[in-house]
Ligand binder design. Sequence first.
Ligand code: SF4
Length: 449
Amino acid sequence: MSKESKTYKNPPKKVYIRTFGCQMNVNDSEYIIGQLEQSGYSITGDILKSDLILLNTCCVRAKVEQKIYSLIGKIKKIKENNQNIILGICGCMAQKEKENIFKRAPYVDLIFGPSQLNNLIEIVNSIKSGKKQSIFCNNTTCFNLKDIPVKRESKISAWIQIMRGCNNYCSYCVVPYTRGPEQSRGVSEILSEVENLAQKNYKEIFLLGQNVNSYGKNLPESITFSKLLKLLNNTNGINRIRFITSHPKDFNFDLIKVIKNGDKVCEHIHLPIQSGSDKILKIMNREYNVNQYKSIIKEIRKNINNISITTDVMVGFPGETENDFLDTLNTFKEIEFDDAFTFIYSNRENTIASLMPNQVPLQVKKERLWRLIDLQKEISTTINKKLEGEILEVLVDKKSIKNIPNQLSGRTKTNKTVVFIGEEELVGQLVKAKIIKSDTWTLYGELVK
Ligand code: SF4
C-alpha cells in the first residue's frame, strides 16, 4: 500500500489514548501515535474532546483486565452523547478477549491485536467508512517496524522492540497466546533505528522483548542476542544500552562477556527467578532449577564488577506450600537482589495454571507477599547504604517529581535512581554525583563538577 493511500480524506481531529501494562505496550502506543499524527490526528488528554478513543490494553493480571472493562463501561456514556466517536481496544487483552469485548460492550467499534500495529491506518479507515465491530487479530508471520512513524515519549531514552512473542509457555502466562510465537526483527533494521536515534542525540536505548536473550532464533541470518549487543555497542553516539527481559534458560557466558566488555552495555541485569522452589519452578514450566539460576548469578558476579541484579518473583502459585515459600525467602536471602518486582499469582483463564488444583487462598498469598517485600526492602536498603560516599555516573532524565526546587532525577548504569540539586539544563546529560545518603529505593547525591 502506498503512503498516499494511508492518509484520511477528512481526518478527524483528536485521539485520546490510554496505555496499560508493560514497556512493549508503551512502545506500541508510540507507534500508534506516530501513525495517527502523520494521518492528521492530534493527541488529546481530554477524552471528552476526542474523536477516536484507543485503549492499549494488558491482560497479564486479572485486576488490570477488570479495570479496563470498567473503563470501557464508563466510556459507554461518552459514546451515547456522541455517536461519531470511534472506540477501539487494542493490545494483549484485545487479542485474548476478542468477541467477549463485543458481547460485554457492543458499542466498541474495533478490536485489534499487537501484530496489527503496522495496519493501524487501514483499520481505522475501514471503521470510518462504515464497517462496524471489526476484529483484526491475525498474528503476522514476521515482525518489522520499518518505516512505521513513531512518536517517542522521551528525547533521552528510546524503547526498541527487537523481538515480539514468546515460545516458552510458562504455565501461568498468557503472552504466547496474545503476542504469538517469538519473532525477531532483522539486525539491519535495528541497527539503522539505533543509528538514527544516535543522530538525534538519544543517550540510551532499551532493547525490549518478552525473552530478549532468545533473539535471532527465527531469523535466516546467523545472529544471537550477544552478537547484536556487540554490534550495537559499536554504534557511535549512544552512551548506554539496556535490555529487558532475559530468561535464565537462555542466559549464557557469551552474554556475560559482552556485558563485561561492552562499555555501553549497562551493568544491570533483570533476570526473573519467579520462585525459589524447584517444585514450583517445574510446574511453572520455567525450564531451570534454583541451583542453575544461582550458578548464573555466581558467574555474572564473578565476571562483572558492581553489577546490579533485579528479578521478578511470584508468590502463591497453585500448590505453593509454606515450605516452598520459605525456599523462596531463603533464596532471596542468599542471592541478595538489588531489587525485585513482587507479584501475587493471578489466575488467568485458559492457562494451564488456572486449571491446577491447590489454589492458594488470597489471604495467604497477601501475607507471603508482605513477608517477601519486607525482606527485599531490608536487602535493598543495605545494598544502597554501601554506595554512600561513591561517585557515580548519572544520566539525568527528569526534574524530580517531588516539589523541591532544582531537584533533578537520573539513573546510574546499574539502574539506581539518584536525586540531586542541579540546573534544569542538565536533563539529558551524563553527570557525576557523589552519593551522600540512601534509602530503600533512592540514592541522594551531590553534583561533582
Ligand atoms: S517467558 Fe514465560 S512469563 Fe515470560 S512471556 Fe514467555 S511465557 Fe510469559
